[in-house]
Design a protein around this ligand. Structure first.
Ligand code: ADP
Ligand code: ADP
Length: 227
């Protein structure tokens, strides 16, 4: 079943068209990689699917609901309640501990502090971060910080995890470890993943790939992708 879909969406930043009639449909439980050259519109497409940006034309549907017709408050609630996010950099609050960072989405959902931290803790063992729970996140290495960010993206068991170049700031071995953990953890809890990357190695963790070029998207079935 389709969980999220863009139908012929267009969006321009002033005079710059970023999307020109992009369509994409994502199935529940799949890991979809969105690939394409820099500036082709990948991030903008992700932001439209996630209800961060609203397209100028076309439709965005999540679970059959028109996201593009929702107001900011409704989209914000959707992001908080249903979606998780992992970005390339600068997403952790450096003054908070690693476990507080992981617990943040739960705290924003009204979960009490004790319970939120208790739900955050198992992620440390799962992601190879034992002993780092109380470390200020500003003191973590790049790979550790990205695993903490991954835990934070998944801790509230979102229906969809949006990941924009999640390994872009990491060396390739660390990046592959993060991808392995992301895909395994998402599958365990049935979270759909939409992953923007320009690296074929990273995209190879996905079930399916979409290619964005000049603001339009096409999808390839598994196995049909040339490197
Ligand atoms: P990609 O993720 O594939 O690198 P983007 O979606 O970030 O592509 O960008 C698509 C186009 O839109 C590019 O020409 C980019 O410069 C432009 N763009 C993206 N975001 C903004 C913005 N906030 N303001 C102005 N132009 C933007
Ligand atoms: P990515 O494509 O990986 O998101 P970018 O460096 O293209 O990385 O974009 C980083 C941020 O800057 C994004 O939020 C994007 O919307 C914004 N951005 C991209 N291009 C422009 C631009 N030409 N003018 C203003 N903001 C932009």
């Amino acid at each position: 079943t389709t969980v999220i879909e863009a139908r012929d969406i267009a969006l321009a930043f002033g005079e710059t068209p970023a999307l020109r009639g992009a369509s994409l449909s994502v199935q529940a439980g799949e890991v979809l990689a969105v690939m394409g050259p820099s500036g082709s519109g990948k991030s903008t497409l992700l932001h439209c699917l996630a209800g961060i940006l609203v397209p100028d034309a076309g439709e965005v549907l999540f679970d059959g609901q028109r996201v593009d017709r929702m107001g900011e408050a409704q989209r914000s609630a959707l992001r908080r309640d249903r979606f998780g996010f992992v970005f390339q950099f600068g997403q952790l609050v450096p003054e908070l501990t690693a476990e507080e960072n992981v617990a943040l989405p739960l705290l924003l959902n009204g979960v009490r502090r004790g319970s939120a931290l208790a739900q955050a803790r198992p992620w440390f063992a799962r992601l190879g971060l034992d002993g780092l729970e109380r470390r200020r996140s500003g003191e973590l290495s790049g790979g550790q910080a990205q695993r903490v960010a991954l835990a934070r993206g998944l801790v509230a068991r979102p229906q969809v995890l949006f990941a924009d170049e999640p390994t872009g700031a990491l060396d390739s071995l660390t990046g592959e470890q993060v991808m392995e953990l992301m895909v395994t953890s998402a599958r365990e809890q049935g979270t759909t993943v939409i992953l923007v990357t320009h690296e074929p190695r990273v995209a190879s963790y996905a079930d399916r790939e979409a290619i964005v070029r000049d603001g339009q998207a096409r999808t390839l079935s598994a196995g049909s992708v040339a490197p």
